[in-house]
Design a protein around this ligand. Structure first.
Ligand SMILES: CC(C)(COP(=O)(O)OP(=O)(O)OC[C@H]1O[C@@H](n2cnc3c(N)ncnc32)[C@H](O)[C@@H]1OP(=O)(O)O)[C@@H](O)C(=O)NCCC(=O)NCCS
Length: 162
């Protein structure tokens, strides 16, 4: 999909990620956490080690889908969607849920609508694939963007055990 960027005159292309893009996705994931304030290098390294094979397997079996933005052939932003099995509920008779993750835009390309275009692409994909809703956990940097696209807080609660 080729989308003309109306604000900065830059043509960018959004494409679906393949297993060959695992490195770019992992770089986005690592930088996303760093930009969110995670500084513990050993925790970041452990996260990379464990989530790399998870995302690789997901790209192969379709439970992880990624979208990447390219400008002049260079990957400058990306985002992904994880599809998980979950029992149905009265509001959603399907047995699967979709989670957006790994949203990241290179700092020099921020504020040009790239993440917005990725989320819009993911929403279209989720609608076409008949998901009842799509969820995410918002960082402070992303919250307003998600709200502007219609995402609302839910009633999820959490008890920390570690
Ligand atoms: C959050 C993040 C992915 C947003 O990426 P981005 O490509 O800059 O996002 P967009 O350009 O689509 O939107 C960012 C802002 O630019 C504005 N914008 C969108 N299109 C625009 C355009 N064409 N011209 C000018 N501004 C625009 C948006 O309204 C948005 O404003 P807001 O911050 O007040 O909501 C990016 O800041 C990032 O990588 N942050 C670090 C990692 C992170 O927090 N990831 C999210 C985890 S949930």
């Amino acid at each position: 999909m080729s989308v003309p960027d109306a604000t900065h005159g830059v043509d960018f292309k959004i494409r679906e990620a393949t297993t060959a893009d695992l490195g770019a996705i992992m770089l986005h994931r690592r930088r996303m956490y760093e930009d969110m304030g995670y500084k513990d290098q050993s925790a970041l390294k452990a996260m990379e080690l464990t989530s790399r094979s998870f995302i690789k397997d997901g790209l192969e079996d379709g439970t992880y889908r990624g979208w990447l933005v390219e400008i002049s052939g260079r990957i400058v932003a990306g985002g992904g969607l994880m599809i998980v099995r979950q029992p149905s509920s009265p509001r959603d008779p399907s047995s699967r849920r979709s989670w957006i993750m790994n949203m990241y835009t290179d700092p020099e390309y921020r504020g040009r609508g790239l993440a917005t275009s990725i989320i819009e692409t993911i929403i279209i994909w989720c609608r076409e694939n008949e998901f009842h809703w799509v969820s995410l956990r918002a960082s402070d940097a992303g919250r307003h963007l998600y709200e502007s696209l219609g995402f609302k807080p839910t009633n999820e609660m959490r008890l920390m055990l570690k």
